[in-house]
Design a protein around this ligand. Structure first.
Ligand code: NAP
Length: 276
């Protein structure tokens, strides 16, 4: 049976460390969150982020807009937050409504306050193999989880399923920067199982139940980033956990794997950005 990559346990450990660091600081970081959609899941995510931040001593403020908000309003707000010395980190909760140019909004955030590491400056630094102000939260959380369990990446074949800017692409680059041999798969990939079968480390970030036991080699490490709800409202990941955990060496559960690590990374990034 696979060892569980326990994201909740590691998140709690990170939060305890951060809280004690923050307790000793005179000036606390402040995270500003912009929420501009009516998606109930986004509201839950934002509330969780706010609650976690406040629990460890990070101030936070949430700016909520209706989904018909215009681009200019969001840009003006971000510019105001960029210029506000009390705000040390800015997060735009995704997804944004379709009429909004997502990358334009993200690029309005000052790179030094871009807590998700998704603006062109931080992304460019990552892909150039240089140090961005911070690394994107979910990929960072995946690597922290793998490191916690001492999972070697150098020389390993890492297969990332999913190529979004939020998860797949930056994660693939971060794995490459750690000297893994990386293959990225997506919806147009032919013969996905032929590729996943060669993975030493498989990370799936799709949002559909697509990874089955027969697609993997024994003893591979499996990280499940995907989250979706079935018709009864039950949460699932991309991976058939029950059967894959019988052959994998390590596996992250959903919930309780990458999700908590994303929050932990957000808190780490917020503290890092407030450092100088
Ligand atoms: P996304 O932007 O929708 O990207 C999904 C990716 O999956 C795309 O690259 C897509 O390929 C690929 N894909 C779709 N169907 C596929 C298939 N049948 N075979 C192979 N690849 C396929 O989503 P995202 O923002 O990256 O998020 C991915 C999942 O992770 C979602 O379930 C999301 O909720 C979850 N997530 C979890 C966390 C967390 O903290 N746990 C954080 C972020 C996201 P194309 O590019 O060709 O369309």
């Amino acid at each position: 049976m696979a060892i569980i990559l326990d994201g909740k346990k590691l998140r709690d450990k990170i939060l305890v460390q951060l809280k004690s660091k923050l307790d000793s600081l005179d000036k606390k970081p402040t995270l500003a969150v912009i929420l501009a959609n009516d998606d109930p899941a986004s509201l839950i995510y934002v509330n969780n982020k706010k609650k976690t931040a406040e629990k460890i001593g990070i101030n936070s403020s949430v700016y909520t807009y209706p989904k018909n908000v215009d681009e200019k309003t969001l840009i003006n707000k971000i510019r105001e937050l960029n210029n506000d010395k009390n705000i040390t980190a800015i997060l735009v909760q995704l997804p944004l409504p379709e009429h909004i140019d997502k990358q334009k909004i993200i690029n309005t955030i000052a790179p030094k306050k871009d807590v998700d590491g998704l603006c062109d400056y931080n992304f460019g630094k990552l892909f150039a193999g240089e140090k961005p102000y911070v690394y994107p939260c979910t990929p960072k959380g995946v690597l922290l989880l793998l490191d916690e369990y001492n999972i070697e990446l150098e020389g390993k074949h890492a297969v990332v399923v999913g190529r979004s800017n939020l998860v797949g692409k930056p994660l693939a680059q971060m794995l490459l920067n750690r000297n893994a041999t990386v293959t990225i798969c997506h919806s147009k990939t032919k013969n996905l199982p032929d590729i996943t079968k060669t993975a030493d480390v498989l990370v799936s970030a799709v949002g559909e139940n697509i990874i089955e036991e027969k697609m993997l080699k024994p003893n591979c490490v499996v990280v499940d980033v995907g989250i979706f709800k079935d018709n009864e409202g039950k949460l699932h990941g991309d991976v058939d956990f029950e059967n894959v955990s019988k052959i994998a060496s390590y596996i992250s559960p959903v919930p309780g794997g990458v999700g908590p690590m994303t929050i932990a990374s957000l808190m780490l990034n917020t503290v890092e950005l407030s450092a100088d």
